[in-house]
Ligand binder design. Structure first.
Ligand code: 1HN
Length: 371
């Protein structure tokens, strides 16, 4: 497999890595001391290492189980009725990657998920259902399939379903990152405020900020996007236009767009970047890898991806993850419809510190051989 970094010499064992130099390691251990040179090569690896493994959560497995949870526990009792997507490399710890949490949430007709807030930033992508709401910081939005909804750090948020069908969405949070920093805070708005007061018109933020305008002398000062809901219908229109215009980054990522904070051009949340990409029939994207870990959610269609040498076949509603520095490429059969992948990643955590690196596979035909 053409998996070697092209410019890199083979790794040698570092000279001092086995030399205890006659020191009494037991005595040192009791004093909470240890020679660095014995472990240097485990920590300072040539390239990123991760315990995260590629994995796919099939919607056909998840859907009946979350609906069963819906029969056994109320949204209010659960507070958030979520089945977590666990990475098999994390020994049951919450997290789909080392920084990103994901899961599926269900709200049945007539239910609410009471108002709370927390340090982790969150996003939702609607899987099934039409018209249930999320309210964030006094703005309510009715969510439709494929819509991308943001919930910034420490913003009050509650959900409810006033429709007559179950509502299911994908949750994405930077929770494992916040936990790794021991920076968690959480609180409930409390008695009488299970549903927070709605203080703004429906679609207030979309109308203000998603049209090429901005209120004159705008007072918005968040480090996140002011837009609450990015409509999937608009994403599809833009992807279709980009495809017609032929301005695809076709070789590497198909026709791809980023969800942005219109005030900065940057990501919608300070820790999470989100994207949508169209993979056209017959397309097979060039393998790329970067230091971000990410989750993909299949908005439409079906196809297959090779992630770190592992082939994952996906269809609408499935979620899969790509570990840090794993090559990833996508394909859709010529006989299939175009597919749309939503993805979110932790690149914004890395970029301010110059940790972020990206590479395209240039050898051969630009593809991994799959296992
Ligand atoms: C949370 O607050 C939500 O608000 C969903 O819908 C999933 C997972 C872990 C921690 C908080 C929500 C969550 C969560």
């Amino acid at each position: 497999m053409a998996l070697e970094t092209p410019t890199r010499a083979r790794k040698r064992e570092r000279p001092g890595s086995k030399n205890t130099a006659g020191l009494d390691l037991d005595e040192l251990r009791k004093l909470w001391l240890k020679p660095l040179w014995l472990v240097l090569s485990d920590a300072f690896t040539d390239e990123p290492r991760t315990q995260i493994v590629p994995h796919i959560w099939k919607w056909s497995d998840v859907r009946p189980r979350i609906l069963e949870a819906g029969r056994r526990i109320s949204a209010e009792e659960a507070e958030r009725r979520v089945l977590m997507y666990l990475n098999p490399g994390l020994n049951g710890a919450p997290g789909a990657t080392q920084t990103l949490f994901s899961g599926v949430q269900l709200i049945m007709p007539g239910e609410i998920a009471p108002t709370h807030r927390h340090v982790p930033s969150a996003l939702r992508v609607v899987i099934e259902g039409n018209g249930a709401y999320t309210t964030v910081s006094g703005e309510k939005t009715l969510m439709r399939p494929g819509d991308f909804v943001t919930t910034p750090n420490w913003a009050w948020h509650d959900h409810g379903n006033e429709t007559d069908e179950p509502m299911m969405w994908l949750d994405g949070l930077d929770m494992p990152f916040v936990l790794a920093l021991n920076a968690m805070f959480y609180e409930e708005l409390g008695d009488g405020y299970d549903i927070q007061p709605v203080t703004r018109e429906l679609d207030d933020s979309q109308t203000r900020y998603n049209r090429g305008f901005r209120p004159h002398r705008d007072a918005f000062a968040g480090n996140y996007s002011p837009i609450l809901n990015y409509r999937y219908a608009e994403v599809r229109e833009t992807l279709a236009l980009m495809e017609r215009a032929g301005d695809a980054l076709s070789e590497e990522e198909g026709v791809m767009l980023d969800y942005i904070n219109p005030l900065t051009g940057g990501p919608t949340l300070p820790t999470i970047d989100a994207h949508a990409q169209l993979i056209r029939p017959g397309e097979h994207t060039r393998a790329v890898r970067d230091t971000a870990s990410r989750l993909y959610f299949v908005l439409d269609g079906r196809g297959a991806s090779i992630i770190g040498g592992q082939r994952l076949e996906w269809e609408k509603g499935d979620t899969f993850c790509a570990p840090t520095w794993a090559w990833r490429e996508h394909r859709v059969a010529s006989s299939d419809a175009p597919a749309v992948l939503f993805s979110f990643d932790d690149a914004p955590i890395q970029k301010p510190f110059s940790f972020y690196r990206r590479q395209a596979l240039l050898e051969g035909d630009g593809h991994q051989s799959s296992l």
